[in-house]
Ligand binder design. Structure first.
Ligand SMILES: NC(=O)C1=CN([C@@H]2O[C@H](COP(=O)(O)OP(=O)(O)OC[C@H]3O[C@@H](n4cnc5c(N)ncnc54)[C@H](OP(=O)(O)O)[C@@H]3O)[C@@H](O)[C@H]2O)C=CC1
Ligand SMILES: O=C1O[C@H](COP(=O)(O)O)[C@@H](O)[C@H](O)[C@H]1O
Length: 510
């Protein structure tokens, strides 16, 4: 593990939602776990006019998560944390001369002996990323002659392949690639990282991890919430950009990749890029029609409460064609995965919140126990990303008694059973990694572009008007009925329950 050196964290857009909901709680946990460096401060930078003390008040009062935690702390303890926060307003615009900001950073550095190590966290609308990088460089704040400088960039990394490339080129004009940390909070999840351990630290799974033994791979990312207060943003994004291009393709890359030669960041990232480049890009309208499905949730009643349809949500266009459900079938063109179908779906307003990867194994090639009633659906490895994180292996066992009747059985592991271990929140883990200069769990430019190469044709096809299918599904069900068409002949979608071992349903309207 690298050492966490003294440093300053400068957050651009510090008056916003992400800072309050994710960054401050992550910093608080690191503070409580004594994992922040001895000399460490946070400098918020935004257009809003605020004093240090107003920012500190905001920091401790805005996060509902923090409130619960702060209740157990003395005033001294709260102050101890809050006093690490400072604020500098940028004079009304991010596109301005940063010499005042530079002076403030210098003063704080000298006063608090933080050294010249600085992380710049871009938590503003993405249209400002390049502007901020440019202005930091103009003010000489990107130079590394008196301490390292790192730039953390929030998603979305572009809106399409072209804009992602433009963003990468734009940022790389001012910061070297090894200074740029593109955050994808799914990579900060323990269960996502555990995909590497499951595959490469055990000898029992990897020999089976290929087309010879795996029938198909299924990933479900279900959220029970709708678009909440982010309708304006979501309507310009949609499920494919919001979840699939980044988080879910990151998971796919960890399932598909070849073993890296070591756990060094570049060895792992090189293999992930190769994996993403091997996804078969859909080219023809027929392929795109046959292998993609999109839908929007419509109004419904859930647990006796009326729930708005997507087009009625605040900030959403009344005629919106933005998808809140996306299901994609694809193949991976390489030696390991030839002809093995992958099914990935993501959606808002589903019956439960659950993300899981299901590896469906093939039926034994010679069926000896004809009357077992078991088939290809019965050997599965379920890797539960969240919630009730864990792993479930489903297999057949003999029913005691005469003959050879086979019954389904489970072997399970729950993260909650590691009671002694504090499972870090994703942002907590990722922030600490960036502070220590470990980019393993951050996305590299070519990785992001490879993901866009795959997604771009789907988005273009959907917006071309050639595929007029935009299904509806009542909020609170497992997506549109037609989504089974994608997986028909191969199996059925496995609809996860709130808990790992809940027996899932396979129907859509349930
Ligand atoms: N919130 C979340 O859960 C997630 C957010 N992200 C990404 O993180 C970044 C920040 O998100 P979030 O904090 O939610 O965003 P907010 O809309 O809350 O904006 C953050 C801050 O950016 C500043 N800002 C500058 N120009 C504008 C503008 N034109 N419109 C709105 N705000 C502006 C504002 O501060 P001021 O006016 O003081 O300058 C605002 O407080 C975005 O890129 C988002 O995509 C990624 C994943 C999840
Ligand atoms: O990045 C995003 O992720 C959240 C889901 O994150 P999770 O950790 O709760 O699974 C999603 O709600 C949001 O729309 C998206 O922007």
């Amino acid at each position: 593990m690298n050492k966490t050196e003294n440093q300053i964290l400068v957050i651009f857009g510090a008056s916003g939602d992400l800072t309050a909901r994710k960054l401050v709680p992550a910093l608080f946990n690191l503070h409580q776990a004594d994992q922040l460096p001895d000399n460490f401060i946070v400098l918020g930078a935004s257009r809003s006019d605020m004093t240090d003390s107003a920012f500190r008040k905001k920091v401790v009062s805005e996060s509902t998560y923090l409130k619960g935690k702060l209740e157990g702390l003395s005033d001294e303890g709260i102050k101890n944390f809050a006093n690490k926060f400072f604020y500098e307003d940028l004079g009304g615009s991010y596109d301005t001369d940063y010499s005042r900001l530079r002076k403030r950073v210098e003063d704080l550095k000298n006063k608090y002996q933080t050294s010249g190590n600085i992380i710049y966290y871009l938590s503003t609308p993405p249209t400002l990323y390049e502007t901020i990088a440019h202005n930091l460089a103009e003010a000489g704040m990107n130079t590394q002659n008196n301490g390292w400088k790192r730039l953390i960039v929030e998603k979305p990394f572009g809106y399409s392949l072209d804009t992602a490339k433009q963003l990468n080129t734009g940022l790389q004009k001012f910061f070297k690639e090894d200074q740029i940390y593109r955050i994808d909070h799914y990579l900060g999840k323990e269960t996502v990282q555990n995909l590497l351990i499951t595959r490469f630290a055990n000898s029992i799974f990897e020999p089976l991890w290929n087309r010879n033994y795996i029938h198909h791979v299924e990933i479900t990312n279900a959220e029970s919430v709708g678009v909440e207060k982010r309708g304006g943003y979501y309507d310009t994004s949609g499920a494919l950009r919001d979840m699939f291009q980044n988080h879910l393709l990151q998971i796919v890359s960890l399932i598909v990749m070849e073993p890296p030669i070591s756990d060094a960041p570049e060895d792992i990232r090189n293999e992930k890029v190769k994996a993403l480049k091997s996804l078969r890009v859909m080219k023809t309208d027929k392929e795109l029609f046959d292998n993609t499905i999109r839908a929007q949730y419509t109004k419904s009643v859930i647990d006796g409460q009326e729930v708005k349809g997507y087009r009625e949500e605040e900030g959403v266009n009344k005629d919106s064609t933005t998808e809140t459900f996306a299901a994609i079938k694809f193949f991976v063109d390489n030696w390991r995965w030839k002809d093995t179908p992958f099914y990935v779906r993501t959606a808002k307003r589903m019956p439960t919140k659950a993300t899981e990867v299901v590896i469906h194994f093939k039926t034994p090639h010679h069926q000896i126990f004809q009357e077992s009633g078991l088939d290809s659906k019965d050997n599965k490895l379920v890797i539960r990303i969240q919630p009730d994180e864990g792993i479930l292996l489903k297999f057949g066992v003999k029913v005691p008694g005469q003959g050879f009747k086979v019954e389904r059985a489970n072997l399970d592991f729950y993260y909650s059973s590691l009671a002694e271990t504090h499972v870090m929140d994703a942002y907590e883990r990722l922030l600490l990694d960036a502070m220590q200069g470990d980019a393993t769990l951050y996305a590299r430019a070519d990785e992001v572009e490879a993901a866009w190469e795959f997604v771009d044709p789907i988005l273009k096809y959907w917006s071309s008007g050639k595929d007029v299918r935009m299904y509806g599904y009542a909020a609170g069900v497992w997506g549109p009925e037609n989504s089974h068409e994608l997986i028909e002949g191969i199996g059925e979608w496995r609809n996860p329950g709130p808990n790992l071992t809940d027996d899932p349903g396979f129907c859509v309207i349930c």
